[in-house]
Design a protein around this ligand. Structure first.
Ligand code: NAD
Length: 492
């Protein structure tokens, strides 16, 4: 019997999925992937939706028509090709919007080297990056506050950290991994990244069977690029995860090879990690492997493990036979240069085969990606006692005499229960005892503290400062939580 004639699946019923073919190289890599899924016997009931650039140009300002949301809420499984996101203006990133709107908090990006068949300097690497997917600078909360200054809010939440960190440890355990490395920058961002590390330590302590390790992101990324074999599972906030997963995919062989699963409690989205590569579009040169791997992760998620293994082994066998697209073609390791569709044909032709030298895969017929065990658990720490101790007022002020500004503020504060403690510019103290050398912009943080200020004191003070003719662009109250400051100290 020809391998392709083997019964491909034991799954009786089809699973409804939503498919978007995306922009740029999206349509051609999606076509290649769907042909492989079909030939392998995946039981799928496909709802095709159009999102992204074409939708935007057709007048849907968000790039995401209502019909697409309806389908997603119906199927709860999304196989998505890359979308072009306009830089600077235009519609917001649909990837970010979809991840956040559907609560897809965990982005799982396995990156494996296929040496010696795909050229790489890191033949031993097998790393999974688990990236927090909803928070951090990707909350998309940005403001222009003054003539000189724009800001982006970095939001890190305890429930968000607990979910992603627990997910990473559960993932490591279920996949027989040995170590989880946390990458953060808590030497600088002591509260935000500090919280991520703290939760990592708290939850990690519950997984005594797994080794754990924490690295500052800069040296962590450098070590990852140089010696990826030292890493196993990495868990990290959104922005760092975005960057390190591209590094990881690229040094494994090509950014075109890695797939990604975006997992939430109720929905999941599967994609390639790369973008829409506009210069390669409609040339039949793109590597469809990233999306194929995304589709394999999807099959595992919906319980079609046998089909997933069939495709994965056929793909490994194709790679091993040196049938390669341009991005991974090497004169020593490749035998045949193929385009996108011919690569898919080769995979289809190898269905039923296993690799001979690369390790073949076997998947169990249970979803291998747990659905948010963390959200069902009790919070790790009791609710803290919160005590108001002051307020930071941010002013738009174009003057130069900082002493005079301080005097004006001190006149307004009388009787408010709050007293001016320090003025900073871009986080550096400029009053009292500032340095004339410090470069200043038109954005001043004025910190007021009090012994036991009334709850209305910050608003009262803000009103007085505005009435004194100063331009308050923002305020942040200062609290102690169980006696610990919930705000950063002033440097300088
Ligand atoms: P990109 O990933 O599209 O391309 C980066 C490099 O990798 C390019 O040299 C490209 O030719 C190459 N490459 C990417 N995929 C490949 C493949 N399958 N085969 C062979 N080579 C491949 O990144 P970019 O150029 O920064 O972004 C292009 C667009 O994609 C932007 O609009 C960006 O916002 C968007 N994007 C979308 C997603 C997504 O939909 N999930 C992710 C990243 C970027």
């Amino acid at each position: 019997m020809h391998p392709n004639d083997l019964p491909a699946h034991s799954v009786e019923t089809s699973t409804a999925i939503t498919v978007a073919e995306g922009d740029g190289i999206g349509p051609e890599i999606m076509q290649a992937t769907l042909r492989i899924l079909d030939a392998a016997g995946a039981k799928l009931d496909i709802q095709q939706v159009e999102i992204g650039e074409r939708s935007y140009l057709a007048g849907v300002k968000t790039g995401m028509p209502e019909a697409a949301w309806t389908s997603l809420r119906d199927t709860r499984v999304f196989l998505k090709a890359p979308i072009t996101t306009p830089c600077g203006g235009g519609f917001k990133s649909l990837n970010v919007t979809t991840r956040k709107a559907l609560g897809l908090y965990a982005n799982v990006r396995p990156c494996v080297a296929y040496a010696p068949f795909v050229p790489t300097r890191h033949p031993g690497m097998d790393v999974v990056v688990i990236r927090e997917n909803e928070e951090d600078l990707y909350a998309g909360i940005e403001h222009r506050q003054t003539h000189d200054v724009v800001q982006c809010l970095k939001l890190i939440t305890r429930p968000g950290c607990e979910r992603i960190v627990r997910y990473a440890f559960e993932y490591a355990r279920r996949h027989g991994r040995k170590k989880v490395t946390c990458m953060i920058k808590d030497n600088i961002m002591k509260l935000t990244d500090g919280l991520f590390r703290q939760v990592f330590d708290e939850i990690g302590a519950q997984y005594g069977d797994l080794e754990r390790d924490t690295m500052i992101i800069d040296i962590g990324a450098a070590m990852l690029a140089d010696r990826p074999e030292l890493f196993d599972v990495i868990v990290t906030p959104n922005l760092y995860g975005d960057i390190v997963s591209d590094i990881t995919a690229q040094i494994a062989g090509s950014v075109g090879m890695a797939g990604s699963a975006n997992i939430g409690d109720q929905c999941a989205m599967f994609e390639a990690i790369h973008g829409s590569a506009p210069p390669l579009a409609a040339k039949d040169v793109a590597n469809p492997s990233g999306l194929i791997h995304g589709a394999i992760l999807m099959l595992l998620h919906i319980g079609q493990a046998e089909v997933a293994a069939r495709i994965h082994n056929a793909w490994l066998s194709t790679i091993e036979r040196g049938i390669h697209t341009r991005d991974i073609f090497g004169p020593k390791s490749s035998r045949k240069l193929v385009g996108t569709q011919a690569f898919a044909d080769a995979v289809v032709g190898r269905l039923g085969h296993k690799p001979e030298e690369l390790t073949s895969v076997r998947y169990e017929s249970v979803p291998t990606l747990p659905r948010s065990p963390a959200t069902r658990l009790m919070p790790l720490i009791p609710i803290a006692h919160k005590q108001l101790v002051g307020t930071d007022l941010f002013l738009h002020w174009r003057g130069h005499d900082i002493g005079a500004l301080a005097t004006r503020l001190e006149q307004t504060q009388q009787g408010s229960g709050l007293a001016l403690e320090v003025i900073t510019n871009r986080g550096v103290r400029v009053w009292p005892n500032g340095f004339p050398e410090t470069f200043c912009v038109d954005h001043w943080r004025c910190r007021f503290r009090g012994e036991h200020p009334d709850a209305t004191a910050p608003a009262d003070l803000q009103r007085r400062v505005i009435e004194a003719g100063l331009d308050v662009v923002k305020s942040e109250n200062l609290y102690l939580f169980d006696g610990e400051p919930g705000f950063s100290a002033v440097h300088g």
